[in-house]
Design a protein around this ligand. Structure first.
Ligand code: NDP
Length: 234
């Protein structure tokens, strides 16, 4: 089964691992990237997800080159960590604009064709932090918790069109995003992870492949943790 898939922020980190995993499963995979070069072997579409016009242009390019998007993975995200007392409104709104409104922009564009085709798979990448909270990350946690309500509402809207909408909530995964954490903090985190290690991007990618494949046919509105047990299923 070769479907047209699009992964936002698929040029590095978790997004790239998801893109490679879907590609290994036989899908035609496009990834968004903002600067530099797209990864080899995947269709790269330049796109900043905070800009609706760029999102629309990216979808048009994907439609032309590999057909309407049948599998959407909204993965692009940022952090701007600060305790609330020090957090500017811009720190808050830019994280919401990228992580939550960005997912809204790409999902809204994707469902246009998915509804017509009466089929589609959408996966939103949230975080364990969206469910458990995290000091210094009120902006990020709010954006990631918002994705859960968004996904569940959309799952209800689109169930009759055979479109599934699910959330994957990773714990701590070794990427550029977590590489900036001081070593002591990393050691502390590992102590609280029952599996005793950070995850690899591929750990998340395999869950996404499952949800978008046959195994996910009857799963919608779910939040799947991929966190080594950190959130104990929440
Ligand atoms: P990285 O920082 O390694 O990569 C982030 C990706 O998002 C990059 O491809 C980046 O593109 C893209 N991106 C950011 N802002 C935009 C934007 N405005 N428009 C388009 N693309 C954008 O992060 P990870 O791979 O670690 O994280 C991927 C997702 O997983 C994020 O949503 C993150 O919140 C989530 N997550 C990560 C965890 C972790 O431990 N690493 C844990 C839980 C969730 P560019 O290269 O152009 O900057």
């Amino acid at each position: 089964m070769s479907r047209s898939a699009l992964v936002t922020g698929g040029n590095r980190g978790i997004g790239l691992a998801i893109a490679r995993e879907l590609s290994a499963g036989g899908d035609q995979v496009a990834v968004t990237y903002r600067s530099g070069e797209p990864p080899e072997g995947l269709l790269g579409v330049r796109c900043d997800i905070t800009d609706s016009a760029q999102v629309d242009a990216a979808f048009k390019q994907v439609e032309e080159e590999q057909g309407p998007v049948e599998v959407l993975v909204a993965n692009a995200g940022i952090t701007k960590d600060k305790v609330l007392a020090m957090m500017s409104e811009e720190d808050f709104s830019s994280v919401l604009d990228t992580n939550l409104t960005g997912a809204f922009r790409v999902a809204k564009r994707a469902v246009r064709t998915m509804m017509r085709q009466r089929s589609g798979r959408i996966v939103l990448i949230s975080s364990v932090v969206g469910l458990a909270g995290s000091g210094g990350q009120t902006n990020y946690a709010a954006s990631k918790a918002g994705l859960v309500g968004f996904a569940r509402s959309l799952a209800r809207e689109l169930g009759s069109r055979n479109v599934t909408v699910n959330v994957v909530a990773p714990g701590f995964i070794s990427t550029d995003m977590t590489a900036v954490l001081p070593e002591e903090r990393q050691a502390d985190i590992k102590k609280n992870v029952p599996l005793g290690r950070f995850g690899a991007p591929e750990d998340v990618a395999r869950a996404v492949r499952f949800l978008t494949g046959e195994g996910g046919a009857y799963i919608t509105g779910a939040v799947i943790p991929v966190d080594g047990g950190l959130g104990m299923g929440h």
